[in-house]
Design a protein around this ligand. Structure first.
Ligand SMILES: *Cc1c(COP(=O)(O)O)cnc(C)c1O
Ligand code: SF4
Length: 339
């Protein structure tokens, strides 16, 4: 390893991914202006509770002048978000029941999920955690002790999943310190990240992060979140290649979204392009009934038809598992097992 010694006269520059964070767009008017879309030709609304948030890199992958662009529809707040029926709730997965210590969700016997940070570099309008009480559930460094003590006492826990928010919003130093502490617990063998950050800021996969991950003793898995083939570019593929060099497997989970990816052609191209970028399709999640996201909903019947069609259209290893989370069941449920 070559150490980089900063010259005394130089101010240390924050890494590129942090600069990308500081130039995120949070104003819908600006977003539409960048895309040459007249604000009166599209349905949108300010949303103070869950404001829009999108990186320049992601915006560059949107089609100019297209109000139906599938990437734009994922991030632009619209009036439909404030209209929802009684079937939609703020805690659709009843996660608060499985929340033994702040920041830790333990629903499935051998793995736990930690909400490692409380923010993301993008606000996906359909986000199932958009109402999650992150403030109460963002243990930060002070809360690690409690979460680690919980894991240490339970030898059945073999995997720790860092989620969020987005776990890669944490600085590499913070991740490194956490992994050092976690590696003291011998029964934890697997470490997983659920992240969308390398999709919206591909520079997040840099040498410093690779160093932190490759020096830990864990078998590391990344689960990206990409919903549409148009999100995939060469920079993402380059980052994946760096991870794979370190024997880190990269999977993808998508959410099935009305008007964005709920057709056979789109899902077929998604799987193929993911694979070409070095990523394996893992899950297609049915949307949880989260208040404000009803207009993205795709029925279970339609999802089942799509999965059947995909099985005919793709090699078996490129067909993602279509799953739905049912609050009281012990794993994400394959649609095939649900009526
Ligand atoms: C989704 C989820 C997991 C991971 O499930 P896998 O099927 O292993 O991908 C683990 N814990 C919680 C609380 C989850 O919501
Ligand atoms: S990146 Fe994930 S957690 Fe963050 S807003 Fe999007 S769906 Fe929600």
């Amino acid at each position: 390893m070559k150490a980089i010694i900063p010259q005394p006269s130089q101010k240390p520059q924050p890494p590129g991914w942090q600069q990308a964070l500081s130039s995120m767009v949070t104003d819908p008017m600006l977003l539409l202006a960048l895309l040459n879309i007249e604000p009166q030709t599209i349905s949108w609304e300010w949303n103070k509770n869950f404001p829009i948030r999108v990186t320049q890199s992601f915006i560059q992958r949107m089609k100019k002048g297209d109000p139906n662009d599938p990437l734009l529809l994922q991030v632009l707040s619209c009036p439909k978000e404030s209209q929802y029926s009684v079937f939609y709730s703020k805690d659709p997965l009843r996660e608060s029941k499985h929340n033994p210590v702040p920041g830790l969700l333990h629903k499935f016997s051998n793995r736990v999920l930690l909400t490692f940070t409380s923010s993301c570099a993008i606000h996906c309008r359909y986000c199932f955690r958009r109402h999650f009480p992150y403030e109460k559930n963002n243990p930060g460094r002070k809360g690690w002790g409690q979460a680690l003590a919980y894991i240490e006492k339970r030898a059945e826990i073999i995997e720790v999943i860092l989620s969020g928010g987005d776990p890669l919003m944490a600085q590499d130093e913070v991740l490194k310190d956490f992994l050092t502490e976690l590696s003291q617990i011998p029964h934890v063998k697997l470490l997983r990240f659920h992240t969308r950050l390398p999709v919206v800021i591909p520079e997040r996969i840099n040498d410093s992060l690779i160093n932190v991950l490759s020096r830990s003793r864990f078998q590391v898995t990344m689960v990206y979140h990409i919903n549409h083939p148009q999100e995939i570019n060469t920079e993402i593929a380059n980052g994946v290649a760096q991870l794979r060099e370190q024997q880190i497997t990269v999977f993808n989970q998508a959410v099935l979204l009305h008007r964005i990816n709920d057709d056979l052609n789109c899902l077929t191209r998604l799987s193929l392009q993911l694979y070409q970028a070095g990523i394996l399709p893992y899950y297609v999640n049915l949307l949880d009934h989260v208040a404000g996201a009803e207009h993205f909903y795709v029925s279970r019947e339609k999802a089942k038809i799509l999965q059947r069609q995909l099985r005919n259209a793709l090699p078996g290893y490129l067909v993602p598992k279509f799953v739905q989370e049912i609050p009281h069941l012990p794993c994400k449920m394959p649609l095939d097992l649900l009526t």
